[in-house]
Design a protein around this ligand. Structure first.
Ligand code: GLN
Length: 481
C-alpha cells in the first residue's frame, strides 16, 4: 500500500513540477476583481494594469505571466521574490514606500462612497456609526479606520458592493474607477459626488531590483510619450464589462434561467468550476498520500517509543512537529510555506499546496494511527515476538493492519476535512474550486448561484468519498471472517 501511495505521490509531484517555465518571464501579481484595472474576461486577466504590463513585457522581450491573489498579499509576493511586479491599482503611500519601490505613477484615483439610491447618507459626515464596508488592506480601509472608525473588511471590493446591494451594509468606500463599474451593474446603488481622498497609482517592485525598476520607468515613460498609456486607459475606462440581468418584470423562472446563463454559460464561466475542481482533486489526492506516509512514520516512531522506549530523539522531533502543526491554522502554514520556506525558490504553487496540506494532515493522521496502534492488545506484539518475528515485522504484519482497520472511520473523516480545507488555496493565487466560484461571483455580482454550485460540488465529492470508505470498511470486515 505504501509503495502505491509513494508512486501516486511522485507522479503528482512530477506533474506539478512540470509546470515550471523555462523561458524568461515577467511575473505580475494582482487582485483581479478590480475593473477596469484588472478583471477576468473568460479565463484571461485583462484590464489597464494587465495590458500595461503585457506591453512592458513585449517591449523588453519578456514573457508576461499574470497571477491573481488577494490584494493584501501582492506586495508580500514582490518582496519575497515570488513575483517581479505588483500591478493592482496600488496607491502610492509613504508606508508602502518603506517596503517596496514604486514605478512612476500611471493614473490618479479617488476614494469614493457608494450608497443605496434611497440612502439618507449624502456625505462624509453621514459615515459615523453606520455599517461601512471596505476592501481589506486598501487605502480606503486605512482612511476609514483612521478618520471614521472600524469598518467591515471584505477580501475584495466586489464582495463589499454585493453586501451593500443585499442590505448588509449602509455604505462602501472604494476606489473611484471600480466603484463606477460595480455601480453600473447595480441600478439601486449610486456614488456620492464628494470624494474622500485623491491618490496616485503606481506599480510595486522589490527594493532589491533597481534594474527592473529602471526598465519599468523607462518603458512607462516611452509608453506615455507615444500615447500607448492613454490608449490603453481609454479602451478600458469606456468599455465596462457588460452585465446580463433579466428585465424588472421577468417571472421567477425567467430570472433563474438568466442567472444560470450569466453565472455558468456566458463566457464559458463553467470552466472556472471544472478547472478548479481538477486542481482541488489533484491537491487533495497528493496531500492525502503525503499525509498518510508522514502520519504512518510519526505514529510508528511515537508508539515504538511508548512501547519500548526507543527513538528518544526522533520522538521529541515528532512531538515538536505535532505541536507546531496542530497549534497553528492551516492557512497560516500555507502562507509560511509559500512566502517564507519556498520564498526564493521557483516551485509550482500546486506543489506548495500539496506540501502544506500533506504536512498538516500528517500530524492528524499520526495521532489517529497512533491511537489505533495503542488500541491493539499488547499481547499481539508479545505473541508475534514469541513466534520469532522481529519488532518491525510484527508491527508491519500484525499490529498495523489491525490498527488501520480500527481507525478507518477516523481516517476517512480526516480526508474529508482535508478536501474541504484545500478551499483556502486562493490565498496563494491557486485557482481551486472555491476560488473558481469567487471569480464567477466577482464577474456576475451574484453571490447565490456560484456559492450554491461550489457547495454542491464539494457535497457530491464528500458523499462519494464517504461511500468509497464505507465500501472499503465492509471489505475489510468481510476479510476478517
Ligand atoms: N488603491 C487602493 C490601494 O492601493 C486599492 C487597490 C485595490 O484594491 N486593488 O490600497
Amino acid at each position: 500500500m505504501i509503495r502505491y501511495t509513494l508512486l501516486v505521490l511522485i507522479g503528482l509531484l512530477v506533474t506539478a513540477c512540470g509546470e515550471r517555465e523555462v523561458q524568461k518571464s515577467l511575473t505580475m501579481v494582482t487582485e483581479a476583481t478590480f475593473p477596469p484595472y484588472e478583471f477576468y474576461r473568460g479565463s484571461e486577466i485583462v484590464g489597464i494594469d494587465a495590458d500595461i504590463v503585457r506591453e512592458v513585457a513585449r517591449r523588453n522581450n519578456l514573457k508576461p505571466v499574470i497571477e491573481d491573489m488577494s490584494f493584501d498579499s501582492v506586495i508580500t509576493a514582490v518582496q519575497s521574490g515570488k513575483a517581479d511586479v505588483a500591478a493592482s491599482g496600488i496607491t502610492v503611500t509613504e508606508d508602502r514606500k518603506k517596503q517596496i519601490d514604486f514605478t512612476r505613477s500611471y493614473a490618479t484615483a479617488q476614494q469614493v462612497i457608494i450608497v443605496p439610491k434611497d440612502s439618507r447618507i449624502c456625505g462624509v459626515e453621514g459615515l459615523q456609526g453606520i455599517r461601512l464596508g471596505v476592501q481589506h488592506g486598501t487605502t480606503g480601509d486605512l482612511y476609514v479606520t483612521e478618520h471614521i472608525g472600524q469598518p467591515e473588511r471584505f477580501s475584495n471590493g466586489a464582495l463589499a458592493v454585493a453586501a451593500l446591494a443585499a442590505g448588509k451594509l449602509d455604505a462602501v468606500v472604494l476606489d473611484s474607477a471600480p466603484a463606477k463599474e460595480h455601480v453600473s451593474g447595480n441600478p439601486n446603488l449610486q456614488i456620492l459626488p464628494e470624494a474622500l481622498t485623491t491618490e496616485e497609482y503606481a506599480m510595486a517592485i522589490s527594493k532589491n531590483r533597481p534594474e527592473l525598476l529602471e526598465m519599468f520607468n523607462r518603458t512607462l515613460e516611452a509608453m506615455e510619450a507615444d500615447g500607448t498609456l492613454a490608449r490603453i486607459t481609454e479602451t478600458y475606462m469606456n468599455a465596462s464589462p457588460e452585465k446580463e440581468t433579466a428585465g424588472e418584470h421577468a417571472g421567477l423562472w425567467e430570472r433563474i434561467c438568466t442567472a444560470f446563463y450569466t453565472n455558468f454559460v456566458k463566457d464559458d464561466r463553467w470552466s472556472y468550476l471544472v478547472n478548479g475542481f481538477v486542481v482541488t482533486i489533484e491537491i487533495s489526492l497528493a496531500a492525502v498520500a503525503l499525509g498518510v506516509m508522514l502520519g504512518f512514520l510519526v505514529a510508528v516512531i511515537r508508539s515504538t517509543h511508548d512501547l519500548t522506549g526507543r527513538f528518544r530523539v526522533l520522538n521529541v522531533l515528532c512531538h515538536a512537529y505535532l505541536t507546531v502543526i496542530r497549534g497553528t491554522p492551516v492557512v497560516v502554514q500555507l502562507l509560511i510555506i509559500y512566502f517564507v520556506i519556498f520564498g526564493s525558490v521557483d516551485v509550482s504553487k500546486v506543489l506548495v499546496a500539496i506540501v502544506a496540506f500533506g504536512v498538516n494532515s500528517g500530524a492528524y493522521v499520526a495521532e489517529i494511527i497512533r491511537s489505533g496502534i495503542m488500541s491493539v492488545d499488547r499481547g499481539q506484539m508479545e505473541a508475534g515476538r514469541s513466534l520469532g518475528l522481529s519488532y518491525g515485522c510484527t508491527m508491519r504484519s500484525v499490529i498495523l493492519p489491525q490498527a488501520l482497520k480500527n481507525v478507518l472511520p477516523a481516517l476517512g473523516n480526516e480526508f474529508i476535512v482535508l478536501l474541504k480545507e484545500t478551499s483556502v488555496c486562493g490565498y496563494i493565487a491557486l485557482q481551486d474550486l472555491t476560488k473558481g466560484g469567487d471569480i464567477i461571483r466577482s464577474q456576475t455580482y451574484d453571490a447565490f448561484l456560484p456559492l450554491l454550485a461550489v457547495a454542491l460540488i464539494y457535497l457530491i465529492l464528500v458523499v462519494c468519498l464517504s461511500w468509497l470508505l464505507k465500501k472499503f470498511e465492509l471489505r475489510l470486515k468481510k476479510n476478517e471472517r
